[in-house]
Structure formats: C-alpha cells, structure tokens
Design a protein around this ligand. Structure first.
Ligand code: SF4
Ligand code: SF4
Length: 243
C-alpha cells in the first residue's frame, strides 16, 4: 500500500510541515496520505470553517503555512483521534493540529479553553473549574449521604476518599461534582455492583485536562504529573481516567 502513497511537500517551501515532521514520532507519516478521505468521513469537525482533516493535512503538506497556522478550524478538533484509527497510513492529524494550535498567540486562542487551563493550575485538584480538593470531598460526601437516605438498596454505599492501597484510582470530570453531583452516582453503582476495590483521591481528582486542548505544553505536563503522583502516593495499581 505504501507504493500507492502520494509523496507531498518534497519540492515546496514547507516550513510548518518540516518543523512538524521533526517533532512527530516517525515523522507522523504525514507524507504518506492516500487522499482516501476516511479521516474526514467520521470527523466531528468536518465542514467547520470550510475545513476537514484531509484538507488540513494536504494544505500543511503543500506548504500553505499561513493557512494552516491561522485557520480557526484547529479549535474545532476534539482530539478524539478517530481519524488516526481509520487512516490506512496511521497519519496522526491531531498531533499536527496540536502543533498548529501551539503557533497561535496566547491572546488569540479561544478564551474559554485558555481560562480553563489556567484554572486547573490553581491547585493540585487539577480542576478546570478552579475547584479545590475540599470542594470535591464535600460534594462527594453530601451526594453519597443523599443516596444512602433516598435510594433503596444503597444504604451501605461507601465511597472512599484517599484510601491507600486501593486497586483503582478513579478520576471524575469537575463538572459533575461541581454542578451535577447526581451524575457521579451511576458510576458509583457500577463499581459497587462489581465489588471493585477503588478510591477517589482528593488530589489530582479532576479527569479533564484543558491545557492539552490549549496546547500549553508545560501546563499540560504539570497536570498529568500531578495526577500521576496522586495515584502513586496512594499506591493504587490502576488509574481509571473517565475522560
Ligand atoms: S485517512 Fe489517512 S490516507 Fe486517507 S485521506 Fe485521511 S490522512 Fe490521508
Ligand atoms: S482528532 Fe480532530 S481531526 Fe481527527 S477525527 Fe477527531 S476531531 Fe477530527
């Protein structure tokens, strides 16, 4: 199949493409595009701002640096990686999107994403809503108490916080404990029914990481390290990230 690939960018001035090739593992296979369109067919961002992943990749490969580093389309990409899974050449378009996002001036990036990243840096909770460890503890305690009182069959429901040696460390999206605490309950019931040995952590509990979406590399890494340390400090075997 590789023989059928169209080689792009070989004789063009492709500053962005060349830079990205050097940054991606195995050069991201970016020059192996078959133009089959499989990436675009199921992409949730296809059609937004007159762009789709195939078009974006080909524009990058053809050296249209100005266009690929300024198109607002990159902010529609959800980083779902569906395009990577369906691509016969395993071309990693979201990594290309990430690099394009990095080239945007901070003040021109979508405000909501940047602010969420900043909020996550406020404490080791890593919450993009700026919630603190005690906010999470309080929300979980209040919600589990309500379930025990109101729901038949769950009077013995127990939710552990910071239990050392639990097998699973579970993360939770901030939106749930902070705005829709009842949304945590279905997962509790599943873990309860399965008899799972799990705990929440009061540190690193927030599952989301908006610094990845903001393409803020240092902050992204700091958040991942904070979460991983929280798991290690409790000696948990598995980290279940619900995002
Ligand atoms: S799925 Fe892969 S090979 Fe096909 S058009 Fe998209 S990037 Fe190119
Ligand atoms: S990672 Fe981005 S480009 Fe790829 S399918 Fe998802 S939204 Fe589309």
């Amino acid at each position: 199949m590789a023989d059928a690939a169209i080689k792009l960018g070989s004789e063009l001035k492709t500053a962005f493409f060349d830079k990205v090739k050097g940054l991606l593992p195995e050069e991201g296979h970016l020059n192996l595009c078959l133009t089959c369109g499989a990436c675009s067919s199921g992409c949730p961002a296809t059609g937004q701002d007159d762009m789709d992943p195939r078009k974006f990749l080909r524009m990058a490969a053809m050296g249209l640096d100005e266009e690929v580093t300024t198109t607002p389309w990159v902010w529609h990409c959800t980083m779902c990686t569906r395009c990577v899974y369906v691509c016969p050449m395993q071309i990693n378009i979201p990594q290309l999107v990430y690099r394009a996002r990095q080239m945007w001036p901070e003040e021109e990036k979508p405000r909501g994403i940047v602010q969420s990243c900043k909020a996550a840096m406020l404490s080791d909770a890593t919450s993009s809503m700026g919630a603190y460890p005690e906010d999470f503890i309080e929300s979980v305690e209040e919600t589990v108490e309500k379930v025990r009182e109101e729901q038949r069959g769950y009077t013995d429901l127990k939710i552990d916080m910071d239990r050392k040696g639990a097998k699973y460390f579970l993360n939770q999206n901030s939106r749930e404990p902070m705005t829709e605490p009842d949304e945590m309950v279905p997962l509790w019931k599943i873990m309860h029914a399965a008899g799972a040995d799990w705990t929440y952590g009061s540190l690193g509990w927030a599952a989301e990481n908006y610094c990845m979406f903001a393409a803020s590399e240092e902050e992204w890494e700091k958040i991942v390290r904070t979460k991983a340390k929280a798991v290690d400090d409790l000696g948990c075997e598995y980290w279940l990230n619900t995002e």
